[in-house]
Design a protein around this ligand. Structure first.
Ligand code: FES
Length: 121
């Protein structure tokens, strides 16, 4: 049975804000982005569907696997590519504007237990 990896505590991300992480997904370390909406955390592989680069410009790593990066539009209603301005729906990663319109970010399923967020390895 797959082992769950703790990504973060839900409250590590302020409500309505986003964060980037490095996390094992499908057997290898990958950049992921997360957006919190209330008690939910929407997590995606941090790779744009059209040219497969990270959506944020700042992908510097910290010791804790959490790294900086802005992933949201100014009004914080969409995930946004820092380079091209493409916008994705937070809830399903579907691109509504930009060069990858009608494509989607790859979701990373998570479970939240006692306030901690886990990714299946
Ligand atoms: S890398 Fe795809 S919209 Fe920027």
């Amino acid at each position: 049975m797959a082992e769950d990896i703790k990504l973060c505590h839900l409250t590590d991300i302020e409500n309505g804000e986003s964060a980037g992480f490095t996390c094992p997904v499908k057997g290898r370390d990958q950049l992921v982005l997360a957006v919190r909406k209330g008690d939910q955390l929407f997590v995606y592989i941090n790779s744009c569907p059209h040219i497969r680069i990270p959506l944020n410009l700042d992908t510097g790593f910290s010791d804790e696997g959490l790294h900086g990066g802005k992933f949201l539009s100014l009004d914080k209603q969409h995930i946004q590519c820092s380079t091209h301005g493409a916008q994705f729906q937070i809830e399903d990663g579907f691109c509504i504007y930009g060069p990858c319109k009608n494509e989607s970010l790859e979701p990373v399923p998570v479970v939240i237990r006692e306030g901690s967020v886990y990714v299946s390895k």
